[in-house]
Design a protein. Structure first.
Length: 147
């Protein structure tokens, strides 16, 4: 029985694929690195986290105690120190009874309520105050006008 042209082409294609596969396998074996010494295969990590082929300097070694390693979220330690701050009143609405003070040191805007004032204040007045943690951020308390 005579073979058709398509059948011969398929056989040639399969044979070529087998040859290519064998050639690739041979290349991988040559490139695999078998027979390399342990030192050739070692990789080191330097103090910056970069991989290098040279070992680190033993003089720069730091001993870390197991107890010093903290895993997870650190405990929140509330700062109990009361610091007297100074600032300028950047906005105050007398009808609604609130405003904002711009801290002169950190340039942070701090909310102030009329109940936390020791006397009447106007915009651009220089004041001293302390802060407390409020529901939406820092709140100025004990606000006093500075002459």
């Amino acid at each position: 029985m005579a073979e058709t042209w398509n059948k011969k082409e398929r056989q040639k294609k399969k044979q070529k694929e087998k040859m290519d596969k064998a050639e690739k396998m041979k290349e991988r074996k040559e490139q695999s690195g078998k027979g390399k010494s342990l030192e050739d295969m070692m990789a080191y990590v330097d103090e910056n986290g970069n991989i290098s082929s040279t070992p680190p300097d033993p003089r720069k070694r730091k001993e870390i105690k197991l107890e010093d390693i903290a895993i997870g979220v650190p405990e929140y330690v509330e700062d109990d120190t009361v610091q007297l701050r100074t600032g300028k009143v950047s906005f105050f609405n007398h009808e609604k009874g609130f405003g904002f003070i711009r801290d002169l040191e950190s340039q942070e805007s701090v909310f102030v309520h009329i109940n936390n004032l020791s006397g009447p204040i106007q915009e651009q007045d220089k004041v001293s105050f302390t802060t407390e943690k409020g529901p939406r951020g820092p709140v100025a308390v004990g606000v006093q006008l500075i002459q």
